[in-house]
Design a protein around this ligand. Structure first.
Ligand code: FMN
Length: 189
């Protein structure tokens, strides 16, 4: 696939399974992530690759966070929260490790840079034939989850990228028609 084809054929996988991408494919995706535009070259990113038995640790953090948010949650519910991480063989957590008081670069620019990194990662995986689904959910905004991932409370998890082999996709997936939200201003307009 050439680059434009990669961009215009990206889709999110609905169901994701084994095999997950090999280490060299993950490394290439992270390298793509690290090419994200970044005002001030702050590198306000953290990529955490979670796979194999380490998924248990992330799942435990999801469950612990739910228990703290909602004391008294049943064991079954907690187990369901934990099992969410097993929806794909690899999870790449992308966080914006922001400097909220930076004198020049507003926090939102640091966050969108991390989102650009996440998108670069998904596109690289797509180019290499692997499926991905970008998810957030309450866990992304939860202090317990951030702490378990070694993040500071003011950092932002911009996405949990669920990665593996795409087993099913949205039927008849088409991109949005850009003309719905695009204006072209020219000298004649
Ligand atoms: C910041 C962000 C958070 C998202 N969180 C979720 C989520 O928690 N659950 C989900 O099913 N989709 C989530 N999505 C949307 C999917 O990743 C996907 O983009 C959407 O279902 C549209 O499908 P498509 O990517 O194939 O066009 C999120 C997307 C973004 C950009």
């Amino acid at each position: 696939m050439d680059a434009v084809e990669v961009l215009t054929t990206r889709f999110s996988a609905v169901k994701i399974g084994e095999p997950g991408p090999p280490d060299d494919v993950i490394a290439a995706a992270l390298e793509a992530g690290a090419r994200a535009p970044d005002h001030g070259m702050l590198r306000p990113w953290k990529f955490i690759v979670v796979k194999g038995s380490a998924l248990d640790r992330l799942g435990d953090a999801f469950a612990r966070a739910l228990e703290i948010r909602q004391p008294g949650t049943s064991a079954e519910e907690l187990e369901r929260a934990k099992q969410k991480v097993f929806r794909a063989p690899v999870n790449i957590v992308v966080a914006a490790t922001v400097d909220p008081d930076h004198p020049k670069i507003p926090e939102i620019e640091q966050v969108v840079s991390a989102a650009a990194a996440a998108q670069n990662i998904t596109l690289s995986l797509h180019a290499d034939g692997f499926g991905c689904r970008w998810r957030t959910g309450v866990a992304a905004y939860d202090a317990t989850v951030k702490e378990a991932l070694g993040l500071k409370a003011h950092d932002h998890i911009v996405g949990f990228l669920y990665v593996g082999t795409a087993l099913s996709v949205t039927p008849e997936h088409t991109g949005a028609d850009h003309r719905r939200f695009t204006e072209v201003w020219t000298s004649e307009a």
